[in-house]
Design a protein around this ligand. Structure first.
Ligand code: AKG
Length: 284
């Protein structure tokens, strides 16, 4: 495969706004198949055996109840060969990541984000590296919907140019689902720069800088919104990290896509993941 290069427009958009979009990176029918894999797992009798679940409502343990409450399956993509080989370690996507990260690429995080029809909740405004708390700004983030992501069903929103800010300390409000950017600061940034609504079709991909301020609203529509996402990094960036992580996986070595499954863990000098400083709790 020829080495991918951004067009002048994509390059300029990544530099000035902090993101760019590529359409049809994987075919739509493959995206539909990947969506089916995620749904099947949620509907299995005991999904906790297979994935780290994030229950929004632990009360209703039925397939429909689970479909209605799931928000995120962390680390599922390294357990699903079809997703891993087509997305996180897929040739098309890695060819893009390679332009930014070079020939040795590590998967730092992988997740499925589910925003179920009517019950899907908001993801608060955050910077990814504000949640990581490892001081890294250079890993490369992507998000691919497996069904249309629209304004109606809670597509992501980005504040253009916000990737040029420092990593802001994230905080917890009484109703936060995880650390978030201070709400006053978000209000100011929105007044200054507005937000871009990232509407995508299945198989399209948005790539963004790790310092980008982003959010997604609740899904009040009748259409579900499932996506897969990931963060790639490389050995040089990992060396600069303020924290020790675990569960990194090789995606590309010396320019060759890694085809091993389960994906090969990256040997870390220190195998003891370090706990980050907790977010401070604030009142609104
Ligand atoms: O899927 C969403 O709505 C949020 C995803 C997100 O914030 C992320 O991938 O960092």
């Amino acid at each position: 495969m020829m080495q991918w290069k951004p067009t002048a427009d994509q390059k300029a958009q990544y530099e000035t706004e902090g993101y760019f979009i590529l359409r049809n990176v994987i075919p739509r029918d493959l995206a539909a198949e990947l969506r089916g894999i995620i749904r099947n797992v949620i509907m299995l009798p005991d999904p906790g055996k297979f994935v780290d679940i994030d229950p929004m409502n632990p009360m209703e343990d039925s397939p429909q109840g689970r479909i209605a409450r799931y928000r995120k399956l962390s680390n599922f993509c390294v357990q699903s060969p079809l997703i891993w080989h087509n997305v996180h370690a897929g040739e098309e996507l890695l060819n893009i990541a390679r332009y930014f990260l070079g020939d040795n690429i590590i998967m730092k995080f992988n997740s499925c984000f589910l925003k179920p029809a009517r019950t899907g909740s908001a993801t608060p405004w955050h910077q990814d590296n504000g949640l990581w708390r490892d001081g890294e700004t250079e890993p490369f983030n992507f998000w691919m919907p497996l069904e249309p992501a629209t304004r109606e069903n809670g597509c992501m929103q980005f504040i253009p140019g916000s990737h040029k800010t420092e990593i802001v300390e994230h905080v917890l409000y009484p109703d936060s689902i995880h650390g978030e950017l201070p709400r006053e600061a978000v209000k100011e940034m929105l007044q200054k720069h507005g937000a871009h609504h990232i509407e995508l079709d299945p198989g399209d991909v948005v790539f963004w800088h790790s310092s980008m301020w982003h959010y997604s609203p609740p899904n009040k529509s009748s259409k579900s919104r499932i996506a897969v996402a990931g963060v790639w990094t490389n050995p040089e960036i990992v060396k600069t990290s303020k924290r020790f992580w675990h569960n990194f996986r090789w995606a590309m070595k010396n320019g060759e896509v890694c085809t091993q499954f389960p994906p090969e863990p990256v040997a870390m000098e220190n195998d003891n993941p370090e706990k980050p400083k907790p977010f401070s709790a604030v009142k609104e």
